[in-house]
Ligand binder design. Structure first.
Ligand SMILES: O=C(O)CCC(=O)C(=O)O
Ligand SMILES: [Fe+2]
Length: 260
């Protein structure tokens, strides 16, 4: 087990210090997302990039149609309903059980200091890993022309680590205005405007080593198609607010090609 400072650039991001944690909490409340550039120590980033390349040929590629709420299109509903428009998502995925135990990613994910930082920054009581062996940490590979269509996540928040970015395309875009899940609020007019390109969404172009936190269940977001030969590699660090949660068998089959 490496010390946290071998993995995280603690000089720039002292996530084990209360003052810094408070400033991150303030920032995510003010700006709606938290972007920490150069979060990973440079040597750790290089090791993770190497690991991503070694695992690449084991990635499971899927292409799927889904609505913004991650459902299947309902042919009984009107095509004009923005919640019934079919998006396309295609990417490759390495599930958690293929990531070596001693990977920096596993060490970061399990680190009590990192977990505490996330809990306090998001102001949630506790976070837990997935019960299933596939969903907690994922490498995502986006090749040329691949993308993630507009959607709201099922999980309330998302944590991503950029590992390699594409030379062009593969940009993360979002708006924090479309939904308030807790209040059962969904702004269909705004969603319609986003889908048709009329709404000025926020764009985040991040460099390798950046950590990004956002409220994926309330933010309509997407990854634009990669347009360069160089692909995009991103890690998602996935936690739940309750213990013992599994990703649905259906979702596991879709994203990982298997259930166990
Ligand atoms: O790849 C990204 O930047 C976002 C990933 C995402 O939205 C998801 O996995 O649901
Ligand atoms: Fe998402």
């Amino acid at each position: 087990m490496e010390a946290l400072n071998q993995i995280v650039n603690l000089n720039l991001h002292p996530i084990n210090k209360d003052v810094y944690i408070k400033s991150c909490n303030k920032e995510i409340l003010e700006k709606s997302s938290l972007q920490l550039d150069n979060f990973l120590d440079i040597k750790a980033l290089m090791k993770i990039q190497e690991e991503a390349k070694i695992l690449h040929n084991k990635a499971f590629y899927c292409s799927q149609g889904h609505t913004i709420l991650l459902n299947k299109k309902d042919n009984n509903l009107s095509n004009d309903d923005p919640c019934n428009i079919e998006m396309t998502s295609d990417k490759g995925c390495i599930p958690h059980d293929l990531i070596p135990n001693d990977s920096y990613l596993n060490q970061l994910y399990q680190s009590q200091e990192f977990i505490y930082f996330i809990e306090k920054t998001l102001d949630v009581p506790k976070i837990f890993s997935y019960k299933d062996k596939l969903s907690s940490i994922n490498y995502n590979y986006y090749e040329k022309n691949q993308q993630l269509g507009w959607h709201f996540d099922n999980a309330s928040f998302a944590i991503t680590l950029m590992i390699e970015n594409a030379d062009s395309g593969g940009i993360f875009e979002y708006t924090n205005k479309g939904r308030d899940y807790e209040k059962n609020y969904l702004n269909k007019k705004l969603i319609q405007d986003v889908l048709s390109g009329r709404y000025p969404v926020k764009k985040i172009a991040v460099k390798p080593g950046t950590l990004l936190l956002f409220y994926g269940r309330n933010y309509l977001h997407r990854v634009t198609p990669v347009t360069s030969n160089k692909g995009r590699i991103l890690v998602t660090l996935n936690y739940n607010l309750e213990e013992g949660i599994e990703l649905s068998e259906n979702a596991r089959k879709t994203f990982f090609g298997r259930v166990n």
